[in-house]
Design a binder for this molecule. Structure first.
Ligand code: NAP
Length: 308
C-alpha cells in the first residue's frame, strides 16, 4: 500500500510503499478514501511528539480517516460500510490516515458515516472537530457572552468559531488582516483581532472588563488569561490546565478531544444537518501530502487529503 511516513524523529514526510495492513485482534481494516492534516501530524513529523507517544518507525502519518470497511468488519461493522474517525492507537507506527489501508480498533475512534455526508467531508472532521466541540463544552458560553478564540484561523478554530456563533456568542477571533480576517468573519466571528500586534489593547477595546471566556488553541496562555474577566473560563487544547493558572479567578480546562463513537456521531450529525461545515481551503492527493506539510503554516482552516 502507498503511505506517507516519517522514517525517524524529525525526518521530512515521504511517500513510500509498505506491505498492506491487516486487521489485528479487535480491529477493523479500512480502505482509506479521505483524511486531513492536523497540527498533531505536523508535531509528529517534526519529532515534537517524541515524549508524548511511543514511536515505531516508519510512522505512518495522519490521524483522521474516512473510508470503507474491508473484509470481516468485526461485530459492529460489515464489509463496505462507510466509516470515519480518528486513529485511536496509543503508539505511533504502521497505522495512519495518510495511507491506502488503516487498521483501527473496532471499539474506539470509529463510527459510521451518516447519510448526507460524503467520505471527503467525513475525512476532515475527527481530530479538529472533536477538539472544537470539547473546547466549547468546557467553557459552556451563554448567548450574548464574549469569547476570544486564539487560533481561530486553524483547523480547530475554524470549527470552534462556527459552534460558538451558532450559540449566539460574540466571537472575537484572532487573525491577521486581509484574507485570514475575512475567513473568520465568514465563519461567524463578530470581531477580529490581529495577534501579530498588540492583542491585549485590541481585546480591551472590544471587552473593557475582559471577555467571558477564552479558547486557547494557539498563543501564550498566560497573556490570554490576562484578558479573561474575573470568574471567567479558559479552555486550552495546548495542555494549559488549572495548575498553570493558580491564584487567578478563572476556571481553566485542559481539553482532550476523545474519539468515542458517540462523540463522532454528535460531530457528524452537526455536519449532516448543516449547522457545521469543515472550512477546507485546499485538498491534497496522497502523493502531495509531503507538500501539504510544508504549506501548513498560514493555511486557513482545514487541509483535506484525498486517497483516490
Ligand atoms: N487536545 C486535543 O485533543 C487537541 C486536538 C486537536 C488539536 N490540538 C492542538 O490544538 C492546537 C490547534 O490545532 P490545529 O490543528 O487547529 O492547528 P493549526 O491548524 O495549526 O491552527 C493554529 C492556528 O493558530 C494560528 N496562530 C499561530 N500563532 C498564533 C498566535 N500567537 N495567536 C493566535 N493564533 C496563532 C495559526 O496561524 P498561522 O498559520 O498564520 O501561523 C493557525 O491558523 C494545536 O496545538 C494542536 O496540537 C489538541
Amino acid at each position: 500500500m502507498k503511505a506517507v511516513v516519517t522514517e525517524e524523529f524529525g525526518a521530512a514526510p515521504v511517500v513510500t510503499e509498505l506491505p498492506d495492513r491487516e486487521a489485528g485482534q479487535g480491529e477493523i481494516l479500512v480502505r482509506v478514501r479521505a483524511s486531513s492534516l492536523n497540527g498533531f501530524d505536523v508535531a509528529v513529523a517534526s519529532g515534537m511528539a517524541k515524549g508524548w507517544m511511543e514511536h515505531h518507525f516508519p510512522v505512518v502519518l495522519g490521524r483522521d480517516f474516512a473510508g470503507t470497511v474491508v473484509g470481516d468488519g468485526g461485530g459492529r461493522f460489515a464489509a463496505g460500510d462507510e466509516v470515519f474517525g480518528v486513529v485511536a492507537k496509543t503508539e505511533l507506527g504502521l497505522d495512519g490516515g495518510f495511507a491506502e489501508l488503516v487498521a483501527v480498533p473496532e471499539a474506539m475512534g470509529v463510527a459510521r458515516v451518516p447519510a448526507g455526508i460524503d467520505l471527503a467531508t467525513a475525512g476532515t472532521l475527527g481530530v479538529a472537530g472533536l477538539a472544537a466541540i470539547a473546547s466549547v463544552e468546557a467553557i459552556e458560553p451563554s448567548e450574548g457572552q464574549s469569547v476570544l478564540v486564539s487560533g481561530a484561523t486553524g483547523g480547530v478554530g475554524s470549527f470552534a468559531v462556527q459552534l460558538l456563533a451558532a450559540r449566539g456568542v460574540r466571537v472575537i477571533a484572532t487573525a491577521k488582516p486581509g484574507a485570514p480576517a475575512d475567513f473568520v468573519r465568514g465563519l461567524g466571528a463578530s470581531d477580529v483581532v490581529d495577534y501579530t500586534t498588540d492583542l491585549a489593547s485590541q481585546v480591551r477595546a472590544i471587552a473593557p472588563g475582559g471577555v467571558d471566556a477564552v479558547l486557547h488553541l494557539a498563543g501564550d496562555p498566560q497573556a490570554l488569561a490576562d484578558l479573561v474577566a474575573a470568574g471567567g473560563r479558559l479552555a486550552s487544547t495546548g495542555g494549559a490546565g488549572p495548575d498553570q493558572f493558580e491564584g487567578r479567578d478563572i476556571t481553566a480546562t485542559a481539553v482532550m478531544g476523545m474519539p468515542s463513537e458517540d462523540a463522532l456521531h454528535a460531530l457528524a450529525s452537526l455536519v449532516a444537518d448543516g449547522s457545521l461545515r469543515p472550512a477546507v481551503s485546499r485538498t491534497y492527493q496522497l502523493d502531495d501530502v509531503p507538500l501539504a506539510f510544508s504549506q501548513f503554516t498560514g493555511l486557513l482552516g482545514k487541509a483535506a487529503v484525498s486517497v483516490a
